[in-house]
Design a protein around this ligand. Structure first.
Ligand SMILES: Nc1ncnc2c1ncn2[C@@H]1O[C@H](COP(=O)(O)OP(=O)(O)OP(=O)(O)O)[C@@H](O)[C@H]1O
Length: 251
């Protein structure tokens, strides 16, 4: 089995000194999309912020390529190979598309790769990012993560406010990022789109992992997803045993 690019062990994350994420153990393999699902307020963004260093990790370890990063400053985590596409897409609106990419460039990060994935950005490379459509701005944000030559990219609800066609296009690109060997961790409100592109899924409820397993187990199963999101009687031995059993039983 390939060594994980990102490995979380017993991670707890606080928000404003309130414990929000508890005992999360999961990992993300290079070349694969790992999907994080859960209802609003389940703690998905808090978990991502904890990984990126934007929310304090109370306990547990986070390893990037085997190296513990949970006590590093956010910029050091980024330099170590962690890219983060945050929920509210933000470009530098008065900079051109190309300038947006150049300021994020790091190491082997290559603008050509971004333009290959998003030819529409190459056509608009001299245009100020503020004039782009929502979908194109999201492409710039993804492109900025990519030119930092990341090993791991965290993507938080990139589909927010975008048309379904655009979301499908972006989701295909997420698959391509994984195809380039990157470990992608994807939070997505459109669960089935994410499950289509992902290999493993983890469901968070009230800050705890209540399911870990292959995406195929959840794809199209709205009832099971609903129960995992909001609670209800378990249907499998793995779920019945709680998060720990889900982790070990379905891995
Ligand atoms: N800055 C903050 N200060 C205090 N509490 C916060 C803060 N941000 C989030 N929370 C709380 O932490 C909990 C988890 O929120 P979080 O945004 O991580 O959930 P989420 O699963 O990403 O939800 P959504 O899908 O709505 O983004 C919620 O109860 C939320 O109210």
């Amino acid at each position: 089995m390939t060594a994980p690019a990102l490995a979380l062990d017993g991670v707890a994350v606080d928000r404003a000194e309130v414990p929000v994420v508890h005992e999360v153990t999961l990992d993300a393999a290079p070349g694969a999309v790992t999907v994080i699902l859960g209802a609003n307020g389940a703690g998905k963004t808090t978990l991502m912020d904890g990984i990126a260093g934007l929310a304090p990790v109370r306990s547990g370890t986070i390893r990037l390529d085997g190296k513990a990063i949970e006590r590093l400053a956010p910029y050091k985590r980024a330099r170590a190979g962690l890219g983060y596409v945050e929920q509210a897409r933000t470009t530098f609106r008065t900079l051109t598309v190309e300038q947006n990419l150049v300021v994020s460039q790091q190491g082997d990060g290559d603008l050509g790769t971004v333009y290959r994935l998003f030819p529409e950005l190459e056509k608009r490379r001299t245009l100020q990012a503020g004039y782009l459509s929502g979908g194109e701005q999201q492409m710039v944000v993804l492109g900025r993560a990519l030119v930092s030559a990341p090993k791991v990219v965290l993507i938080d609800e990139m589909s927010l406010g975008l048309a379904p066609l655009v979301v499908r296009r972006l989701m295909a690109t997420v698959g391509e990022l994984a195809g380039m060997g990157i470990a992608v961790v994807l939070i997505e409100q459109f669960a089935n789109l994410a499950l289509d592109v992902g290999s493993r899924a983890h469901v968070l409820r009230k800050g705890r992992v209540v399911f870990s397993g292959p995406c195929g187990e959840l794809r199209g199963d709205e009832r099971r997803l609903h129960r995992l999101y909001f609670g209800g009687p378990p249907v499998s031995a793995a779920e019945a045993g709680g998060a720990g059993a889900a982790e070990s039983g379905l891995r």
